[in-house]
Structures are given as C-alpha cells and as structure tokens.
Ligand binder design. Structure first.
Ligand SMILES: [Zn+2]
Length: 498
C-alpha cells in the first residue's frame, strides 16, 4: 500500500470516528500503550514484501510452545536493567511482520513427535511419528516398507538449484529434527550403524550419521554443526575428550567428511571452531559433544568448550553467504524440548532466550530485502503460566499477589507461576511446601499433576513468525507441511508443479 493510500485510509477512519461522535479522550490517546501500538500498526501497514527470496533461514525451537515464548520473553525482559516488569519485552522474532498458527499433528498421532513434524516442514508432506522424510505409506522401523517411499527435502531441492545448505543444532546432528532435513529412514532411532536391526541391514537401509556424510559433493551439506560425535566415530577411535566412538563398522565419518569434500574441515571444540576461516572453508562439520550439546545454562562448564547457538549461526552464515546463488540454512534449538521433558523450565527458557539471540544475529547479518527468516517450533509441551502473579513477579518464582503477599493454594502452600500438566515433577501424595525453596535455581523442577518419568509434548498449535520476501505467505492457521511450500515458493526451489 502506498503512503497516500495509508494517509487516506487513516483520515477516512478518523472522519468516521468523528462522525459517529466517538472522540477518544486524552487519557487514552496520550497513553504510551495507545501510542506504541498505533505506531506498530502503521509500520506494519507499510511493509511491502517482495516475492522472491535469495536466501532462507528457518529456525526451529524444538518444543517451543507459545507458553514457552511468553515465559522466555518475560525471563529475558526481567534480565534487562531498565525493565518495567519484563512482560513488555519482545523476543527478537516476535516483532516480525507476519505470523501464523501451525497445526502439528502427525498422520497417526494427535500429539506429534519431532520426526513427523520436521518431515512435514522439510518435505511438504505429513507422515507418521518416528519416521524421517519417508511417506506415510511406510511402517515405522520397517526398512523394506520404506523403499520407494523416500521424500525429496528442501535441502535436496536447494542443493539441486546450486544453493549452499546448512544445518545447525544443539541436539545430536543425527536426532530427529535435524535428520529430517537430510536423511531418509523409517526409524528415527537408527542414528548410528550400531542401531540398525538385521532387517534394515538386509534391505539396504543405512544409518543417519552416514547419510549426512556419504553424499555426492553436489548434494552435500555446506555446513553441519551440532552434537552427536560418538555416532560419527568408530569404537577404535577416541575423540578430543578421550571418549571412544560408538560405530561398529570401523568407519571414521569425520575423516570421510574431510576426504570426500573440497576445502573441508572438521572441528570438535570451541577453539577449533573459532579458528575456522570462513573464506577458506567450503564444507564445515562441527561435532561438539559425544551426544547432545550442553544446555545454554551449562555451556560454560563443558570440558572441551562449545560455541553457542548464536556463534554457530553467525559462522554458518559467513560460509553460506559466499555462494552468489544464495543459501538455505536450518537452525534448531534442540534442547528447549529436553528441558521441558525434564520438567525443568529454567533450562528450557534459557535455551529459548538463546534462540532469540541467534535469530537476532541472523537478522543483523542479512537484509530483509533478499532473505526470508522464519521462526517456528515443531510441537508444544504441557507447560503452563498460571495464577495471578503481580506485574514483574519473577517468572521462575512463587506467585505473589498484586499487594505483594504470597499467594497460596487450597492446601495453604505457595505455588510457582510455571508448572507442567505431567512429568517428573508430579506431586504424589502431599505437595511439597515451597515457601523456603529457591524456585529460581536452574535445577528446580516445577510441580506437575500427573506423574510421568518424562514430561510429554502437547497437541495445541505452535506459532510461525516471518520477515523478508515471501513472509506475506505466513498468515492464518496452517498445516505444518505448508511451511515447506512457503519456502519452496519464496525461494523458487521448483519442488512442485504449481
Ligand atoms: Zn520431545
């Protein structure tokens, strides 16, 4: 919309207001709430989105429910010196101009898992839980049934177009979410050769780690950074932290990566990562932990030292942007999910804040004229923000009423704002009295209702936030597999017969 039309629209609506005698009082229009939100809407009305994106960056917060966004936004806000309570804060991507709600179910599960959800985003097709970029006609864990049902992913399409491609995660690179972008297997747990049952070997299915490395150079990943080192090293080789690999086929896939590709490098610690010169590196594999990388809250304690999600994102972009044709980068914050499964909101939220930081780094390193940035989750968690805490009440704290008194439940005991419907923090019998417990400690486990060893995913919608060319396609309530089609359309990947 051009400026004249916006001005005409605004003056027209003002006239209508006057004509109908509803003049807003100064207590309303002079309020900062009114002014800020009016400016926000006018700015949004002026966004003129171009259709084609040279580059696409898709951020996925694993298990990043909408309640996680709200709590992480408050946590980050309360850390700011000049905060007014914290609730007024926005995570970096929460100010993107376009937002949609996303339906996450798998073809066989009302509440999904990460394999099926990331397959939807990566291939444009929903599938069963546990299956990685294989169609729904396959059976989970059955190699023979997967043959001929392999799906083409965004990474395959981007590579075919000559774009550079990158995968970054804080989970194992072989874990379900990152795997769905580059691997095809009927079983998410086939991460290493030692996980393959006889039926899989007999019918020619290969493990996820080898699928990442053993690719043609033309269809190789440009950058792959994350955890999961032990799935790439054989039992006969010890890593930089003196821990042996787990592979039983004797293959050192880190060496294969360096041998297979031109101008390639493998790094396993922060020092090696920092020393990588993007100008001279065209293929970078980084495996910073034998299993998942550390939570952001624990990263400083890691033996070998690990880069942050922000640092991995920035380094990836330095390498990817060398390609004049453009790039596709998929970044997963993999451990928000793990913090929630452990009933441990502190670690989940700290990782969500770090995802916001990584998105900010991507925003700073790119232009909204040619780069589509999308931020979403794969599924929700049973994580709640409850009670009537006063404004500015510490988000990890006990609920305090507006008059400052401690709020209590029917058992006359205090309770935290954050809790879970189920999980390891469940109360069996009499509820603990939290009066003298430090609920803001990073190891504190929030109380829950239904006792379960691991807190579960939840089935309600998650959100999608977007800026840049093609972001206008992000609107309404959509199926999760539409995300593939938005990227395919925006980046002209040619993956459909429109
Ligand atoms: Zn999970």
């Amino acid at each position: 919309m051009n400026i004249k039309r916006i001005a005409a629209a605004i003056s027209c609506s003002l006239m209508t207001v006057v004509a109908h005698a509803a003049v807003l009082p100064a207590t309303q229009t002079d309020s900062q709430w009114f002014k800020d939100s009016a400016a926000n809407v006018v700015a949004k009305a002026q966004v003129d989105t171009k259709k084609t994106a040279k580059n696409v960056i898709l951020f996925v917060g694993d298990g990043m429910s909408i309640s996680t966004l709200t709590a992480a936004r408050i946590l980050q806000g309360q850390d700011k010196a000049d905060n007014q309570g914290g609730e007024e804060n926005f995570l970096s991507f929460e100010q993107f101009p376009h937002t949609a709600l996303v339906k996450t179910y798998n073809t066989n599960q009302q509440t999904p898992d990460s394999a099926g959800t990331m397959t939807a985003m990566a291939t444009g097709v929903k599938t069963k839980a546990g299956i990685i970029s294989i169609s729904d006609t396959s059976l989970r864990g059955n190699c023979l049934s997967s043959k001929g049902n392999e799906l083409v992913s965004l990474v395959d399409l981007a590579n075919a177009k000559g774009l550079s491609t990158g995968i970054v995660t804080t989970a194992r690179l072989t874990h379900a979410t990152p795997a769905a972008t580059y691997a095809k297997t009927p079983e998410r747990d086939w991460e290493g050769d030692f996980n393959l049952p006889a039926e899989a070997v007999a019918n020619g299915c290969t493990d996820i780690a080898s699928q990442l490395v053993m690719r043609d150079e033309a269809n190789s990943l440009t950058v792959a950074l994350g955890g999961g080192r032990s799935y790439f090293l054989p039992t006969t080789v010890k890593d930089g932290e003196n821990k042996a690999g787990k592979r039983k086929d004797g293959k050192d896939l880190t060496k294969a990566w360096v041998d297979n590709f031109s101008k390639s490098a493998y790094v396993w610690d922060k020092k090696g990562f920092d020393a990588i010169d993007a100008a001279n590196t065209d293929h970078l594999l980084g495996l910073f932990n034998p299993s998942h990388m550390e939570y952001e809250a624990d990263r400083a304690d890691d033996v070998g030292g690990e880069p942050s999600l922000t640092e991995m994102t920035a380094k990836s972009l330095d390498i990817l942007k060398k390609n004049d044709k453009g790039y596709l980068l998929i970044v997963e914050s993999g451990r928000i999910d793990h913090g929630h499964h452990a009933g441990n909101a502190s670690r989940a939220l700290t990782d969500a804040v770090e995802l916001s930081n990584a998105v900010k780094a991507a925003m700073d390193a790119t232009s909204s004229d040619d780069t589509l940035i999308m931020v979403t989750a794969d599924h929700s968690h049973v994580f709640t923000i409850a009670g009537y805490p006063k404004r500015g009440n510490p988000i990890l704290g006990l609920v305090h009423n507006v008059d400052g008194t401690l709020a209590t439940a029917n058992d006359n005991k205090p309770y935290t704002t954050l809790a879970y419907t189920n999980g390891p923090g469940a109360v069996v019998g009499v509820r603990d009295d939290l009066t003298s417990v430090d609920t803001q400690d990073k190891d504190f486990m929030q109380q829950a209702l239904i006792p379960m060893e691991s807190e579960t995913h939840a089935g309600e919608d998650i959100s999608l936030h977007a800026r840049g060319p093609g972001s206008n396609l992000v609107q309404g309530v959509i199926e999760q597999n539409v995300i593939f089609h938005i990227i395919n359309q925006a980046q002209q990947l040619g993956g459909t017969k429109y």
